[in-house]
Design a protein around this ligand. Structure first.
Ligand code: HEC
Length: 133
């Protein structure tokens, strides 16, 4: 029992600290230009994630076009039809465990949907939405 418990505990601790630290860094970034900034917002994140825009490839898409609406389920990539594993860390513990990976895909995926990079505020809002799922 004890042997099984320790790795599980460590895994959950390391998960928490990666996203939390990432969000804290983004918050510091936002506060440089918005000193009164209170914190990231699930509602704003939901709007960023589910709203549709004329994307990079000239098609109307949203983040949900590839990741679905139920983030605890896998979904098909809008362009390649390849399966994408669930985005919710609750359903998929490998999610949001590496800052490099989060940054790489946010940059690429914001470009797909918004034809630009996300701002620190948008990235914080959307990650806050994803981890609430
Ligand atoms: C054209 C399809 C597509 C769209 C649109 C898309 N994504 Fe992704 N996303 C992917 C793929 C492919 C991956 C990488 C494969 C994987 O990790 O399953 C990925 C990975 C991610 C990750 C990495 C998570 C991790 O740490 O493992 C995040 C966060 C993410 N996407 C958020 C978003 C957000 C926010 C949007 C909207 C701005 C978005 N995605 C739109 C296809 C897409």
């Amino acid at each position: 029992m004890k042997i099984l418990l320790i790795p599980a505990l460590l895994a959950s601790l390391s998960f928490g600290s990666v996203v939390e630290e990432y969000l804290l860094n983004l918050k510091n970034e936002v506060q440089k230009s918005e000193p009164d900034f209170k914190g990231f917002d699930i509602k704003r994140g939901e709007e960023i994630f589910t709203s549709t825009h004329l994307g990079k490839k000239g098609k109307e898409i949203s983040c949900s076009s590839c990741h679905g609406i139920d983030l605890t389920k896998s979904h098909e990539n809008f362009f390649t039809a390849k399966t994408i594993e669930p985005l919710s860390p609750k359903a998929n513990p490998k999610r949001l465990t590496k800052v490099k990976k989060i940054e790489k895909w946010l940059k690429r995926n914001f470009n797909d949907v918004y034809k630009r990079e996300g701002t620190p505020k948008e990235k914080g809002d959307v990650i806050t939405y994803i981890i609430s799922k």
